[in-house]
Design a protein around this ligand. Structure first.
Ligand code: XMP
Length: 334
């Protein structure tokens, strides 16, 4: 399938049987396209790149080279999970790059949200390109492009401006020439990609992972990022996710996370003054992320999360809930 237009006759992939047929068809196409050459993939751990990785491992095994860039803005244990699943369980040829210092150094003192996004996006490409240059004989670039990405780029080509700049690996430097792109899921919608992921045997938590922005926790650690506040955010976010898993809200809420702004308030801990940041909970439901409503979280759950975050996370002394729908607030704060 070389076209970027989904044929009207294409059946929606709703069952494991249909997904298996799709996988077999793609395996044959990919093998025919790349022969015995090598393929490079930026594996973020998101649904799309993970499904592409699993599919290509099946099709071409060690001819696929996956690069996972940890920009230091991942959620707790996220990079570790990617390594565990792909390197240890699926035996992938995976290069893990811990680029935390590169990113956090560049972001030091930068508070403007768009500047932060641009720095993270550009540095991601730099790190990935450095890895690609260091590898010899890679001919193809694989991407987790899905059909909504193609529809979005058509809209942008027609001059419709996005509210925030998103990043991907589409803008690689000119000196990195690939023979071609391998984009096996480019005509699929997200729900279809998930069914394919299940058929490939990827863990449920990975296939149904909630959306996570490319700039990661960088757009949730508001203003200029500091390592201590980023650490507090990561820990608080992990508690929120743990508690949502425990009471089943993970299946009910489309996206939920913690935001930590760069302001401190006065509190009291161990009978002493304790200045800390607030952790802000955002939990939204949506179908297309263009608009979003607020999920009502039972007070008992909120109390438990508040108690845990304020007692377990160094630097946090309050927990707040964001009740703003989209519009007027965007889902992410930056
Ligand atoms: P906003 O904040 O614009 O977010 O209401 C809508 C959805 O997009 C996600 N988001 C991103 N996803 N790269 C992504 O892949 C990005 O740079 C990015 N920024 C926001 C956000 O998490 C929400 O699901």
């Amino acid at each position: 399938m070389n076209s970027n237009k989904r044929p009207e006759s294409m059946q929606r992939i709703t069952t494991i049987e249909l997904a298996n047929a799709f996988i077999e068809e793609q395996i044959a196409l990919v093998r025919e396209q790349v022969g015995d050459k090598k393929v490079l993939l930026a594996l973020s751990g998101g649904v799309d790149s993970s499904v592409v990785a699993a599919l290509l491992i099946k099709a071409i095994g060690k001819q696929l080279v996956c690069v996972h860039v940890n920009h230091g803005l991942m959620r707790k244990n996220e990079s570790e999970n990617v390594v565990e699943i792909f390197r240890n369980q699926l035996d992938a040829n995976l290069i893990y790059v811990d680029a935390t210092d590169r990113f956090l150094t560049l972001l030091e003192g930068v508070s403007d949200p768009e500047k932060k996004r641009k720095i993270i996006g550009a540095e991601f490409i730099n790190v990935f390109a450095d890895e690609a240059r260091a590898l010899c004989g890679v001919s193809f670039l694989a991407q987790g492009t899905i059909y909504p990405d193609i529809l979005e780029s058509v809209k942008q080509a027609e001059g419709k401006k996005a509210v925030k700049s998103h990043h991907n690996v589409g803008g690689l430097p000119e000196d990195l020439q690939f023979e071609g792109l391998v984009e096996p899921v480019k005509l699929l919608f997200k729900d279809e990609v998930r069914v394919v992921g299940e058929a490939l045997g990827l863990p449920h938590a990975m296939v149904y992972r909630q959306p996570f922005p490319g700039p990661g926790l960088g757009v949730r650690c508001l203003g200029a990022i500091t390592r201590d506040r980023l650490h507090a955010l990561r820990e608080a976010d992990a508690i929120l996710r743990e508690e949502f898993d425990l009471c089943g809200l993970n299946e009910k809420v489309w996206q939920y996370f913690v935001v930590v702004p760069d302001i401190k308030s006065v509190g009291v801990k161990n009978e002493s003054r304790y200045e800390g940041w607030p952790a802000i909970i955002r939990a939204v439901n949506t179908t297309d992320a263009m608009t979003a409503t607020i999920e009502e979280i039972p007070y008992a759950v909120l109390h438990r999360i508040t108690a845990r975050i304020t007692s377990e996370v160094e630097g946090i002394n309050r927990v707040l809930m964001d009740l703003t729908p989209k519009p007027v607030g965007t889902i992410e704060w930056e």
